[in-house]
Design a protein around this ligand. Structure first.
Ligand code: S3P
Length: 164
């Protein structure tokens, strides 16, 4: 069984929606950031601070490759993962869903939460968002736009995965 892989910008709800999808489909859920944090025994912010982004991207790629080897999972990826071709290739046999949420909504949801190294400067985060949109679109098999709630978003994703 293919994995269902959620991609999209930081704060678009990949982890919370992914958890709901997994529960509804009786699948296991895994979040690449949490996987990396428990493997490295460090937070993502600490990894960025101590070793830099390039190092993080390498371990993120290894995490994607390990998880893509499994089947039937619901996987929430970090916001940068599917903007790298090597990770898109890694998940080529899975169903990749882009959660397309407007930046203003993302900004509202994240607020002043400072835990994301690439969201500390909101102007830069908006630029990054604009740059990444076409990459998410081309990485994904399917795109889902915002729903009224996380529960509804999960139902929308389950619906389009079923008819695929
Ligand atoms: C990143 C997003 C984060 C995390 C890291 C880098 C990005 O994950 O992987 O801080 O490049 O957009 P979330 O999308 O879960 O916040």
């Amino acid at each position: 069984m293919n994995n269902i892989v959620l991609c999209g910008f930081m704060g678009c709800g990949k982890s919370s929606v992914g958890r709901i999808i997994a529960r509804k489909l009786s699948r296991d859920f895994i979040d690449t950031d949490s996987y990396i944090e428990s493997e490295q025994n460090m937070s993502i912010a600490q990894i960025f601070e101590q070793f830099g982004e390039a190092y993080f991207r390498d371990i993120e790629h290894r995490a994607c490759a390990t998880l893509a080897d499994k089947s039937g999972l619901v996987i929430a990826t970090g916001g940068g993962a599917l903007t790298y071709e090597r990770n898109v290739i890694t998940f080529k046999n899975d169903t990749v869903i882009f959660m397309d949420i407007p930046f203003d909504e993302i900004e509202r949801r994240i607020g002043d939460n400072n835990s994301r190294p690439l969201f500390r400067d909101k102007r830069k985060a908006r630029e990054l968002y604009e740059r990444r949109l076409p990459l998410y679109r081309s990485a994904a098999d399917l795109t889902v736009t915002a729903a009224e709630s996380k529960e509804k978003m999960a139902d929308k994703i389950i619906g389009i995965v079923r008819v695929r």
